[in-house]
Design a protein around this ligand. Structure first.
Ligand code: IPE
Ligand code: IPE
Ligand code: MG
Length: 231
């Protein structure tokens, strides 16, 4: 249910989520950490439906960071397979919802070819959709994104006097992505962990104790309401 207090005429255009706390959720129930990642899928889809329902235009979620390669190899392997299988299993559903899927992150470094192929297929399948853009930050790091932008500017011989904020933003992974209006991080951690460093310069930041697998659209609406409060 959409809360009556939620003003649908001023819903944030771009909401970003650091989907954190999967491991702790699983541990709390005596399950292996990977079960927490699997349980995060329901949270993700509820957040997607909920965001679409109230007219959010851009939803960006942090699925795998450039730092996450430091996790135990079995967990990394699980996350690669899990994310790929999620795309294969559910891209069509997202397509039917009118959602455009984009990926943000380093594509030419470490990501298995098979996963890249599924990412391309999902992007291609949904490229004409206009209901909402879901950007999956995968093998993403905010510093890596800025470094990659600078490298590409140098490759293009962009003259120094032409470099300004607008120019650099055009070299980010997804140049059409607007700045983030609201950033939500679950699981009680109060940090950015290298997420969207450029795009969150003026975002509202909302931290909740809820662990990601327990997150639902009601939590999204609550976060939006909280940030809309006059302060
Ligand atoms: C977030 O949950 C998911 C990923 C980083 C892929 P975590 O795996 O970080 O869960 P916690 O923080 O250990 O509870
Ligand atoms: C951030 O969460 C990355 C994702 C949610 C994919 P982490 O759990 O990896 O962040 P840190 O390591 O605790 O900062
Ligand atoms: Mg974590």
């Amino acid at each position: 249910m959409i809360p009556a207090a939620l003003d649908l005429s001023s819903v944030p255009r771009h909401v970003a989520c650091v989907m954190d706390g999967n491991g702790r959720w699983a541990q709390a129930q005596g399950l292996p950490r990977t079960e927490g990642h699997a349980a995060g899928e329901d949270a993700l889809f509820d957040a997607i439906e909920g965001a679409k329902e109230i007219g959010v235009q851009w939803l960006t979620v942090f699925a795998f960071s450039t730092e996450n390669w430091k996790r135990p190899p079995e967990e990394v392997k699980f996350l690669m397979n899990f994310n790929e299988s999620l795309l294969v299993r559910r891209s069509h559903e997202l397509n039917e919802m009118g959602i455009r899927i984009l990926f943000s992150g380093r594509k030419n470094w470490r990501v298995p070819k098979r996963v890249l192929r599924s990412m391309e297929e999902a992007t291609d399948l949904t490229k004409n959709n206009t209901e909402m853009t879901l950007t999956i930050a995968f093998n993403y790091g905010g510093r890596a994104e800025i470094i990659d932008a600078v490298k590409r500017m140098l490759e293009d011989d962009v003259p120094v006097e032409r470099i300004d904020e607008r120019k650099l933003a055009r070299y980010l992974y997804e140049p059409s992505m607007p700045d983030v209006d609201l950033l939500i991080r679950t699981s009680g951690e109060h940090r950015l962990s290298n997420f969207l460093l450029w795009q969150v310069a003026y975002s509202e930041l909302l931290f909740t104790e809820t662990l990601w697998p327990d997150f639902r659209r009601a939590d999204l609406y609550e976060a939006i309401l909280e940030c809309a409060l006059p302060r």
